[in-house]
Design a protein around this ligand. Structure first.
Ligand code: 6R9
Length: 653
């Protein structure tokens, strides 16, 4: 498979297969034709405010109506100004009021195979109790609650409880290290930490509470810790600070009305990597975010009440926020939530789940699809996947071969695939096929959704022509857009708004083909995408240079069959000799500083890091070396870059 799935850019440049939706699919779809899409798109283009006004009135519950749809001052925007709503109300109470409280909200399966289902009424009750529990710890509007938990229903309950009372959640993926938690908690001023005694991962128990204990030594703003009992392991306990989840909810009132919140109230922050070492707390709002998550879910996943929808992401990432919790639950969908890994206890776990729960819509990542291809078709063929009617992907571009495999082996050749392009910052989907309307091309995210206005410009900020790559920007505001970087307005402006005046800079490169289809061509900054997770090269470098042996280092991405990109680092040493032990020690060090997801795949020792005359690391050269595009010697010895560096220097000079 390796030959087939590499060389993505080359492949997609020559991709001309077209897959129109079937008549059967279109006839039942929410948006069933390109004409209908175009009408919506034009309506938004001609009257952006009128377009969103109509949708917001219909789709959200308002405690108080807004007086202004959109207020814009430069890059600072406000949507639905003056209105009051509550995301948790829209996700829960609204369905109960409409008589749909008995509909299943969450079907959950844990890694060991334990199961639980919650109707909307039951979920509402759990959320109310936990919200009151949080209140009893003094949590109120604007307080930050840090969440470091396994993929249990309680993770969704915690998120919904926070937004119910106006607390701001900051979910930290449970694979991050104590250092990473402490950094994020300190940046956010977190007041309460939610965690569990542990987490099941491929049959082992990871001690989440112990990691939190270590993190809190360095993040003193946290006053209380709430611990969910999940694995029943031994944990350390700090009296007065630590509380069991089940005890906290025992004595509280069952009733907790949703707090009416300003449209622009911060609903959550979510840390993501940018081009510097310090992760950014991306700040999202209440009504604009809620509306975007709901509407994009309904349009793109063509949702119907009898669907069983499964997004395989973790709530630690934006995909889990918008498409496990807020989007589908605002719509009233039945969501499968899964705690475990795709290959535990065996490589057919996902297909077992699809068959068992009769999943109709599945949303996953290209990196997972590539792993399934590698594991072999026999794991798929064991199961009846005929319930599926729609497939989606997110996180990185999908290479056409993986797309074809997904289409044929998983979708039985009959399910449309929605390749959804978006970012933590955009809050929800931005470009994607509409499954009943858009003819898809493997590897293209096709067209912008109604209300999304992309442009592609070159370095002199001029729009590029057909099939020319350039910086992808969004020229008009959309309700779900980020409103800031937590505590850093200057960085917010510098990163997203300074380069192309008046437009949001996505950080991605893209091109438009002759049919007006968009093709994402990777990042323009120093962000690498490892298995669909964003990491900045500088973050990895900062972690490494904090080790005594490292004089200097540079991290770059290189192509990887399964992960999309792998992390390759070049290190020059101080006072020690290169060795295999040192390489292992450095890997452990990065794991400790950031987490397992940032551990470099290759560590190469070099005598010096090649730089330009102005002192910039020659990243392009290192990327070539890392990808094996230039001949290099044995990686276990010092690499001599002097010749390469000299050549490159001559090129530049
Ligand atoms: C939702 C999410 C965002 C970055 C984005 C881009 C890459 C995401 C993609 C895609 C090509 C797709 N990306 N979806 N590239 N095609 N369908 O992944 O958010 O973690 O913030 O990453 O991921 O480079 O800029 P986030």
């Amino acid at each position: 498979m390796s030959e087939k799935t590499t060389g993505q850019i080359d492949n997609v440049m020559h991709e001309d297969r077209l897959f129109p939706p079937s008549e059967e699919f279109s006839s039942k779809a929410v948006i069933g034709s390109m004409d209908q899409y175009q009408q919506l798109y034009d309506a938004a283009a001609n009257d952006l405010e009128g377009f969103w006004d109509g949708i917001a009135r219909e789709d959200l519950h308002w405690f108080e109506p807004y007086d202004t749809v959109l207020k814009q001052e430069g890059h600072n925007v406000e949507w639905f100004v003056g209105g009051k709503t509550n995301i948790s109300y829209n996700c829960l109470d609204a369905h109960i009021v409409a008589g749909n409280g008995d509909r299943t909200a969450i079907i959950w399966e844990g890694e060991p195979g334990d199961q639980r289902t919650l109707t909307y009424t039951e979920l509402h009750a759990e959320v109310c109790k936990f919200a009151n529990g949080l209140k009893s710890l003094g949590v109120g509007v604007g307080d930050v609650v840090s969440i470091y938990m396994p993929m249990t229903p309680e993770l969704a309950i915690a998120m919904l409880a926070c937004v119910r009372i106006g607390a701001i959640h900051s979910v930290i993926f449970a694979g991050f290290s104590a250092e990473a938690i402490a950094d994020r908690n300190n940046d956010a001023n977190a007041k309460v930490q939610l965690t569990s005694d542990g987490l099941y991962r491929r049959g082992k128990v990871l001690p989440l509470k112990a990691t939190v204990d270590e993190a809190l030594e360095k993040s003193p703003t946290v006053e209380h810790v709430v611990v969910l009992k999940r694995v029943e392991n031994e944990i350390a306990w700090t009296e007065g600070r630590d509380h069991w989840w089940h005890e906290l909810v025992e004595s509280v009132d069952a009733d907790c009305p949703a707090t009416p919140l300003d449209s622009e109230a911060t609903s959550f922050i979510l840390y993501t990597s940018g081009s510097t070492g310090k992760p950014k707390g991306i700040r999202h709002t209440t009504s604009g975010y809620n509306l975007w998550a709901k509407k994009t879910f309904q349009w793109v996943f063509d949702w119907r009440p009898d669907d069983v929808y499964w997004c395989t992401a973790d709530c630690g990432w934006i995909t889990g926020h918008s498409y496990i919790v807020y989007g589908p639950m605002s719509a009233g969908a039945t969501c499968l939530m899964f705690e475990g890994a795709p290959n535990y206890p065996a490589e057919d776990r996902f297909w077992d789940l699809v068959e068992k729960y009769k999943v109709t819509i599945m949303y996953t990542a290209p990196t997972a699809i590539r792993a399934f291809i590698k594991w072999g078709d026999e794991h798929v063929e064991k199961h009846d996947l005929s319930s599926l009617r729609l497939l989606g992907t997110v996180g990185e571009g999908i290479n056409p071969e993986a797309w074809m495999w997904y289409h044929e082996k998983i979708g039985g050749g009959k399910c449309p695939i929605v390749d959804t392009w978006w970012q933590t910052e955009t809050g929800g989907l931005m470009m994607s096929p509409l499954p009943g309307a858009t003819a898809t091309k493997p590897g293209s995210c096709t067209k912008p959704l109604p209300g999304v206005f992309p442009t592609i410009v070159d370095e002199s900020l001029q729009p590029v022509g057909e099939n020319h790559g350039g910086m992808l920007c969004i020229s008009r505001p959309w309700p779900g857009m980020l409103r800031g970087i937590w505590g850093d307005d200057e960085r917010f402006f510098d990163v997203y708004w300074k380069t192309v005046p008046g437009s949001y800079l996505t950080g991605d490169n893209a091109r438009i083909d002759e049919d007006g289809y968009y093709w994402i061509m990777g990042r323009i900054d120093d962000v690498i995408n490892v298995s669909g997770h964003r990491l900045s090269t500088i973050e990895v470098e900062s972690a490494l240079v904090s080790h005594d042996a490292i004089a200097e280092c540079a991290a770059v991405g290189r192509p990887h069959d399964l992960k999309g990109q792998a992390i390759a680092v070049f290190c020059s040493l101080k006072g020690v000799e290169p060795s295999e032990e040192l390489r292992q020690e450095l890997k452990l060090h990065v794991r400790k500083e950031i987490g397992a997801l940032a551990v470099p795949d290759d560590i190469r020792f070099t005598d010096a890091i090649p730089k330009t005359r102005s002192g910039k690391i020659m990243r392009r050269l290192l990327r070539d070396v890392a990808a094996g595009r230039k001949a290099v010697g044995d990686t276990s010895t010092l690499e001599d870059f002097s010749v390469l560096a000299k050549l490159a220097e001559d090129d530049e000079g």
